[in-house]
Design a protein around this ligand. Structure first.
Ligand SMILES: Cc1cc2nc3c(=O)[nH]c(=O)nc-3n(C[C@H](O)[C@H](O)[C@H](O)COP(=O)(O)OP(=O)(O)OC[C@H]3O[C@@H](n4cnc5c(N)ncnc54)[C@H](O)[C@@H]3O)c2cc1C
Length: 407
């Protein structure tokens, strides 16, 4: 088809088939709604930029949601449950410990390499019947028209135009859709680089996840299969080149200094992957007949492990609302979406940003206050329950798909 031909009309055009866009496409198909998914990368787990070696901590609500849309069944056996979470700060006395049993659940969350989640999403996408997939295919232009948007898509087969009653921007942090639909974004550069790799600790991780804040930046250890752990180490941007060129022994020594000896000696570091970190928050979630989900709507610091968890709740809420209407671009539906997402979105963004800023600031006066706060969260049961509920992804008005199913 040529760009000059009259456009094909579709009800929903999802731009971006990353972790969130693919989940939305699957959720819509599962709800009986037709949609078109456009993804710039080829449909292979090794081609998609975010289906990579990062180890994702998936909140309990996320796993409920992925089960409800038939994705978890493809990946469950590769995931490792998180039964305990330990949060501490180097040099201070308080710590927070969350325990699945104390919260009456079998796991607070699960860890899984993004590559495995991506492969599971691709397998589930292959089962979708109402979905049209264009990949590799890139959105090149987007213009508004009377009752929707006209998108120009480029693929190896040529250019084509699609008219959509609703355009969904699921195209990540630097969202082209966000810019085209006229939504500004606020960016905060943490001036940090995050390194991701696997390590093998001397002691069994016993399904514990650790998060430790230090004056030099946070470090996290996530439990993985075969006794390995996913190590996430944050350094300032100016140290990044020096850390990237460290040999394995020097890198392990740095990680050990930051993390301490809770799991004994760390060894056998895998390949290191660097990520520059910024926070990007869209000013609004909706425009006429257009909506943002996932990183296009908000990109948060990975150390709080919230980005995909939050984005999936965007996707599942939107799918739930679209399934209840004949016009997916209805202004009332979009207002409803923005209203339903507000509390979760703002609370999770504030928590992620506040956690990094407060927990990493070295001011001596803050130390005792922080320790007391940590002790309170550790010892006062209602505070612990609240923290655990938020950590498990139950905040605000969650989509039905993530709620606990009674046996
Ligand atoms: C190191 C690291 C660790 C993390 N750990 C966690 C964690 O433990 N837990 C958690 O919940 N989150 C975590 N995250 C965050 C999580 O990875 C992201 O929130 C998530 O990947 C966002 O998914 P997305 O689909 O919104 O965006 P992306 O994954 O960025 O996908 C966007 C997609 O859009 C496509 N695209 C872009 N432009 C176009 C276009 N013009 N046309 C067509 N396609 C286009 C891209 O090819 C891409 O596939 C982590 C992030 C990092 C960097």
């Amino acid at each position: 088809m040529h760009a000059t031909d009259s456009p094909t009309s579709v009800p929903v055009l999802i731009v971006g088939g990353g972790l969130v866009g693919a989940s939305l496409a699957i959720a819509l198909d599962a709800a009986g709604c037709a949609a078109t998914l456009v993804e710039a990368a080829a449909p292979r787990a090794d081609a998609q930029p975010s289906y990579d070696e990062r180890n994702l901590a998936l909140a309990r609500a996320t796993v409920n949601g992925l089960s409800a849309i038939g994705v978890w069944q493809h990946i469950a056996e590769r995931a490792t449950p998180i039964r305990h979470i330990h949060v501490s700060r180097g040099g201070e006395f308080g710590s927070v410990r969350l325990d699945a049993e104390r919260q009456g659940v079998d796991a607070l969350g699960w860890t899984l390499p993004a590559r495995e989640l991506g492969a599971g999403l691709l397998r589930r996408l292959d089962e979708c019947h109402r979905l049209t997939r264009l990949a590799p295919a890139k959105l090149m232009a987007l213009e508004s028209c009377a009752d929707g948007w006209i998108a120009e898509i480029e693929s190896p087969a040529g250019r084509q135009r699609i008219k959509a009653a609703l355009v969904v921007g699921a195209d990540g942090t630097q969202s082209f859709v966000r810019e085209r639909i006229g939504i500004a974004a606020e960016t905060y550069d943490y001036a940090q680089t995050l390194f991701v790799c696997t390590v093998t600790p001397e002691r069994d991780h016993a399904q514990r996840a650790f998060e430790r804040f230090t004056d030099d930046g946070p470090i996290a250890l996530l439990p993985l299969s075969e006794r390995r752990c996913g190590l996430v180490l944050t350094v300032s941007a100016e140290e990044a080149d020096a850390v990237a060129s460290m040999d394995d022994d020097a890198y392990i020594a740095l990680a050990q200094r930051r993390f301490g000896w809770r799991l004994g000696r760390l060894s056998r570091p895998g390949r290191r992957f660097p990520y520059a970190i910024q926070r990007v928050a869209a000013e609004r979630l909706i425009a006429p007949r257009a909506v943002l989900v996932g990183n296009a709507a908000q990109t948060v610091h990975p150390i709080g492990a919230q980005g995909f968890n939050l984005g999936l709740r965007d996707a599942l809420t939107l799918a739930e609302l679209i399934a209840q209407t004949n016009d997916p671009g209805d202004p009332a539906l979009l207002r409803d979406y923005a209203e339903r997402r507000a509390e979760d979105r703002e609370g999770t963004m504030a928590m992620s940003h506040g956690l990094v800023r407060l927990a990493c600031l070295p001011q001596p006066l803050l130390g005792p206050l922080r320790s007391l706060a940590m002790l309170a969260y550790d010892r006062v049961p209602p505070l612990q329950t609240l923290l655990a509920r938020h950590g498990m992804g139950f905040r605000g008005k969650p989509p039905r798909a993530v709620l606990e199913r009674l046996p």
